[in-house]
Design a binder for this molecule. Structure first.
Ligand code: 26W
Length: 828
């Protein structure tokens, strides 16, 4: 095992296994009051994190001092979700202390891999959007860029998933039940946020109008800072998460009116605001508490930024947008736009136009989905109740925008105005957070080329016509520190030995691997590492599901949230077709295959939960059917999350990226799997297209309708029945859902899936793509039997993933949107 070359990590170069061991023991005793012979894995973990935090916290304060002394321009990443996973391993790796810690613990008879399993995932996110935010703040710190992540300190993150008789059961996630060593409470930076109440219009003696908001309640925001350790630990940035508490504000007006209970209870209780993450991915729940969450953290964060700004610039706002960039991670924090305007105009008496210019120069917005049901719209009624002053401000923004910029380009054109308006008219008037975000931002980006093109042509065509420079693209990326260096150490060592060890901060260096792609010895070593990772995953599968899988089988993995557009049910249809072929002909020529799933469904998404149930029922049947002699296995690992992904991804042979073209904005799992040498079977959707461009069409297996073909099919009118009656295999498999074959004694329990694909109109064109998908899998089968060909493709996938480094994404944001300068900290 190659140890980290110390020159890479100047900060910790002097730390040896011996000194680190002493530090661990010191903290075990002095910090955690535990004696060696009574220590459990939990207390060893406590001790290691304390020893580790010594280094983290010193770099943290030096970093913050450097930024303050240089009065740096900084980006503030506003996100309702940060899907961080575990931090122990990541921070040890980023500080170059992992091998030292491993050795120190070995000498204490503690296995570091068991120890890191003590840590609960920090699952403060649903899926792609939340994990992207986590990768981005890792890159910002690694690239020495002044940045702060702002979000909510949820007491409960994404629910824990259990399976009961194959059904998804949700359990609360109490991630910090026994405390969390990677957060620091900052009571000195508490903020107070007004909500509810009414607005008074005041006229001063020279006819000037001013607005006074009389809030019905005030919520206290307590910040928790999570240090974000850049690779090599030079810079340690902050992730500031707000916890809501009741403030000692009391609404005497209501009380004096004799409404004690109301004065106290009034609507959403303060504490509940940061209680739990909404588990919906891509479907807007439109709940009052959700809007309250969005406003609470946006308002706390803006007050925090302004407090930091005024330390240097007081009430001179002329430097604000040159010092402060705010990135809106989707529309979820869009309320920050009218909030900054309110603060500048109402609280600091700034002129509207001046304040509006500052807002537009400060904010930029990233769109992550085109799904209509995911585009946030809030009822005017709810806004009136919760944020009466913001509603007034939104009306003003809208009126001025339509009367000036829109009227200028489309004089008297009410149709265009109704499309561009922030307010959606109708019996329930709605506030369109997407339109507000575009109007209030200087830049708007999609997250992959095809997606950003569809944002221009389908989502915001009029805005694109109005501001051709505003809409741009920044293709997503993933951090190679967590998603290769830390999760696949044996492959990382091979890469170190082949191209040197600078690739974690310059992923383009992986390209050099292509020189060894045809080399038999290198192929053998590369595939041996893949095999060892599969052996490890097979142990995890046995432990979690009691299913035995053969590591020499093809590990075919689909891991992502459960959603119809991601088409896990298309994967299931094909598995059932394979099973049927094997039952009809046990000698059916296919290399043994293990289909592995990981996916959570939003608790309210019934069909998604039915698909999970169906996969589990089919798995039970297939895995226990001796007639197919282990040629086919189906595994659904429960509670898919970041730390489980880190165990699954290094063991993948095939990466399932089979969404209906035009629906998956980018995908990031596709990048992580290809980076770890998996071959993608996928549609030309999201970033799959750019992955195919980078790795070469011979090293991916593409199938299915393209974005334009999907549009054409829908335009022409799509009838899934044509495929049902046109393809006997499809008919047989769909009819199977009606029987009790997979649900003995309960015929039709799986019928909802068949109905969604026939009577339900198969909105995501599963049947239309079935044949192409089935043929693509035959291609995979053929390709896998050519061991050298497969090895070469696997190596080239890893080699050509340089583009999908989140550092490259961040550099694009820096060059095109944020215009930031790096400030590497000169550590004493
Ligand atoms: C209002 C409820 C809600 C919650 C989350 C709506 C939409 C979301 C997210 C935008 C959904 C999401 O995670 N989108 C994913 O974002 C990834 C990062 O850009 C992309 O790679 C995925 O393609 C996209 O589905």
């Amino acid at each position: 095992m190659a140890t980290n070359n110390k020159s890479n990590f100047p900060l910790t170069a002097s730390i040896t296994a011996q000194t680190f061991k002493e530090s661990i023991i010191k903290h075990l005793n002095a910090t955690h009051g535990t004696d060696i012979n009574k220590a459990t894995n939990r207390s060893w973990w406590d001790a290691v994190t304390s020893a580790l935090n010594e280094h983290v916290h010193s770099s943290l304060s030096q970093t913050q001092r450097t930024y303050f002394e240089n009065d740096t321009r900084a980006v503030h990443y506003f996100s309702l979700e940060f899907l961080m996973g575990r931090l122990t391993g990541n921070n040890l790796h980023n500080l170059g202390l992992y091998d030292v810690a491993k050795q120190a613990l070995n000498e204490l008879n503690v296995d570091i891999t068991e120890l890191v399993d003590e840590e609960e995932d920090m699952a403060l996110g649903n899926g792609g959007l939340g994990r992207l935010a986590a990768c981005f703040i890792d890159s910002l710190a690694t690239m020495h860029l002044p940045a702060v992540g702002y979000g909510i300190h949820y007491e409960h993150g994404l629910f824990r998933q259990e399976f009961q008789d194959g059904h998804q059961i949700e359990r609360p996630d109490s991630w910090r039940e026994y405390g969390n060593p990677f957060e620091i409470c900052r009571p000195e930076s508490i903020q107070e946020v007004p909500v509810y109440g009414y607005v008074e219009t005041k006229f001063d003696d020279n006819g000037g109008i001013s607005k006074v908001w009389h809030p019905g309640r005030v919520i206290k925001g307590v910040p928790w800072d999570v240090p974000i350790v850049g690779y090599k630990g030079t810079n340690v940035n902050i992730l500031r998460l707000w916890e809501s508490r009741a403030s000692d504000f009391f609404n005497w007006d209501v009380f004096n009116a004799g409404g004690y209970h109301d004065a106290h209870k009034e609507n959403v209780e303060a504490e509940t605001v940061s209680k739990v993450l909404y588990p919906n991915d891509d479907t807007d729940a439109g709940k009052e508490l959700r809007l309250m969450q969005q406003y609470f953290f946006s308002a706390c964060s803006l007050k925090d930024i302004i407090k930091r700004y005024q330390r240097v610039h007081n009430d001179d706002w002329s430097h604000f947008s040159t010092q402060v960039a705010v990135q809106l991670n989707d529309t979820h924090p869009a309320i920050a736009i009218p909030e900054l305007l309110r603060i500048l105009v109402d609280e600091y008496g700034q002129d509207w136009d001046y304040a509006w210019t500052i807002c537009r120069e400060t904010f930029s917005y990233t769109n992550h989905t085109l799904l209509p049901e995911a585009l946030e719209k809030w009822s005017v009624r709810l806004f009136e109740k919760l944020l009466p002053r913001h509603l007034e401000i939104i009306y003003e923004i809208n009126q001025r925008f339509l009367a000036t910029e829109v009227e200028a380009k489309w004089p008297g054109n009410d149709l265009v105005k109704s499309k561009l308006s922030i307010i959606e008219e109708g019996n329930e008037r709605m506030v369109r957070m997407g339109n507000l975000s575009v109007i209030g931002s200087n830049k708007v980006n999609g997250v992959a080329e095809v997606h950003s093109a569809l944002v221009k042509t389908d989502l915001f065509p009029e805005f694109d016509a109005l501001w051709p420079e505003k809409l741009t693209n920044v293709t997503n990326g993933v951090t190679p520190r967590r998603w290769l260096k830390a999760c696949n150490p044996s492959l990382s060592d091979l890469i170190d030995r082949t191209v040197g060890d600078q690739w974690p901060t310059n992923l383009e260096l992986l390209r050099e691997l292509d020189k060894s792609a045809d080399d038999l010895a290198f192929q053998k070593e590369f595939m041996a590492i893949k095999h060892d990772n599969k052996v490890e995953l097979a142990k995890v599968i046995k432990e979690l599901t009691n299913v035995e899988v053969d590591p020499s089988a093809i590990f075919d993995i689909q891991i992502k949230r459960l959603h119809e557009y991601k088409r896990q049910h298309l994967n299931l249809l094909h598995i059932m077709a394979l099973y049927r072929r094997l039952l009809q002909n046990p000698d059916y020529d296919m290399h043994p295959r293990v289909f592995i799933f990981g996916a959570k469904a939003a608790p309210g998404y019934a069909l998604a939960k039915d698909i999970i149930y169906a996969i589990n029922k089919v798995a039970d049947k297939v895995n226990n059917d001796p007639r197919i002699n282990n040629k086919l296995k189906v595994v659904f690992l429960p509670n898919y999350r970041v730390s489980l992904a880190e165990k699954m991804i290094p063991a993948a042979d095939v990466s399932e990226q089979i969404s209906t073209a035009g629906k998956e904005a980018s995908g990031t799992g596709n990048m992580k799997l290809a980076l770890n040498g998996a071959i993608t079977i996928g549609t030309l959707d999201g970033a799959n297209i750019e992955i195919a461009e980078e790795v070469g069409i011979d090293n991916v297996v593409i199938f299915g309708l393209t974005v334009d073909e999907v549009k054409a099919v829908n335009k022409a009118g799509y009838s899934p029945w044509d495929y049902y009656y046109g393809n006997p295999e499809i008919k047989a498999v769909l009819d199977w859902f009606e029987t009790d074959y997979f649900t003995p004694g309960k015929p039709g329990e799986l019928a909802s899936i068949k109905h969604s694909l026939l009577e339900g109109g198969d909105p995501y064109l599963c049947l239309a793509d079935f044949d192409g998908y089935s043929k693509a899998h035959q291609q995979i089968n053929t390709k896998y039997t050519d061991k050298r060909g497969w090895a070469k493709s696997a190596i080239l996938n890893t080699a050509y993933m340089g583009k999908f480094n989140s550092d490259r994404s961040i550099q694009d944001y820096v060059d095109r949107i944020w215009k930031l300068k790096p400030y590497p900290v000169k550590n004493a």
